[in-house]
Ligand binder design. Structure first.
Ligand SMILES: *Cc1c(COP(=O)(O)O)cnc(C)c1O
Length: 385
């Protein structure tokens, strides 16, 4: 039986402004790496307070470029979380290096544990990739101190984090390089897209080379008479961004603060409504900094059959998800580690018990009442838990 979705996990906030922005590009007849890409980069770097922001084709490309710019290679080790999307660690493997997974802090703080990072340091460790889970900042004071003490680079995977802060500073402004994604379900949605940011001029020029075949001039400049030819100065790729998506991103960026505020209001209401269900554990309740509430995950009681509850919710039209099945337990990673599959108790426990509930700016308080009602019903009928 096919159940009609009443409340999706995520829904785009697209309207007349996005339509107009794309039509503008079509009428203007310049499709890639033009004025809108430049404007987006400018606004993004201003938002973060960093010197360089480069628009790229997706968040995975941004991470790969970061890993290459930092010259990760065979024999190097890079510490990262396993409670993340697989791109976080794949970018290390693309360079022939080994990801070393560190556990997250606790059932309350699902970001990488600084103590665990310290525990996994070896002479081969070159850097740390942090991921600001759900838009909640990692423990950046401790992470940056470890990096400084041990001469390690830090990459921030900011796919969840646009508009989030640590203390008063925007996420994406701490590490050597930060990487954002504009995939459909992110806080800024363009379908595919990303941004790679840095304060370091040397890294910025490497990233620039990697983005577009290390060519010394862009076709936009040649078209506008600024250059006639070009040289190729290294081995680069095509990870460029295009004007239609940049136009969408500019509108989405403009809406972001309001939308993140709406998400915060919805999260507050979720917490209030779900407080009658002590079986559910809500993470990050003690988090001190501004979050963009990219997602709204809860921890189910241990022993709950998660697929039962997901099916029960789906039958009543509510879509849910799992953020995340731990990376180190995927077949491809088990194979990679062979007889040395890491054991990450907190990550694995969260991976078994996490349930991601719908969260997007257009969600309503009534929707949350409906979702909470279904959860109450489920736990009444399964009261042994
Ligand atoms: C979405 C996401 C990415 C990858 O971004 P794409 O644009 O889909 O390539 C990387 N890391 C995390 C944590 C993500 O959620």
């Amino acid at each position: 039986m096919d159940h009609k979705i009443k409340i999706p996990l995520f829904d785009l906030d697209y309207g007349a402004r996005e339509e107009e922005a794309v039509l503008d590009v079509l009428r203007n007849k310049w499709l890639t790496m033009g004025e809108r890409c430049r404007e987006l980069e400018l606004q993004f770097s201003q938002m973060l307070g960093v010197k360089h922001a480069l628009a790229v084709s997706n968040g995975t490309a941004a991470l790969f470029m970061a890993a290459m710019a930092l010259e990760i290679s065979t024999d190097h080790r890079v510490i990262c979380p396993s409670l993340s999307f697989v791109a976080t660690s794949n970018c290390i493997r693309y360079c022939g290096a080994s990801p070393v997974f560190a556990d997250v802090v606790s059932n309350d703080d699902w970001t990488i544990s600084p103590d665990e990072v310290l525990r996994h340091l070896t002479v081969k460790t070159r850097g740390i990739i942090v991921m600001h889970y759900g838009g909640f900042a990692c423990r950046m004071d401790e992470i940056m101190k470890i990096a400084k003490d041990h001469n390690l680079f830090v990459i921030e995977d900011c796919a969840h984090a646009p508009g989030s802060f640590y203390d008063k500073k925007p996420l994406g402004s701490f590490g050597d390089i930060s990487c954002f994604s504009f995939f459909s379900n992110k806080n800024i949605s363009t379908g595919e897209g990303g941004m790679v940011c840095t304060n370091n001029d040397e890294l910025a020029s490497k990233l620039q080379m990697l983005r577009s075949h290390a060519m010394t001039s862009l076709s936009f400049d040649r078209h506008h008479g600024h250059a006639f030819s070009y040289d190729v100065k290294g081995l680069g790729f095509n990870f460029r961004f295009d004007e239609m998506r940049a136009a969408l991103a500019l509108v989405q960026l403009d809406k972001m603060s309001d939308n993140n505020r709406k998400r915060n209001g919805l999260a507050l209401y979720y917490k209030k409504r779900l407080s009658v269900l002590p079986q559910l554990h809500i993470p990050f309740l003690q988090h001190n900094y501004v979050s963009n509430y990219h997602i709204f995950p809860v921890l189910l009681p241990s022993g709950t059959h998660r697929s039962d509850i997901m099916t029960f919710m789906k039958e009543q039209g509510v879509q849910t998800s799992v953020h995340y099945p731990p990376i180190h337990l995927f077949s491809a990673y088990r194979e990679f580690f062979g007889n040395h599959i890491p054991h990450l108790p907190v990550t694995e426990e969260i991976g078994r018990r996490v349930l991601t509930l719908p969260m997007f700016p257009g969600l309503s308080f009534e929707d949350i009442d409906y979702i909470a009602g279904i959860l109450e019903q489920y736990f009444e009928q399964n009261s042994c838990q």
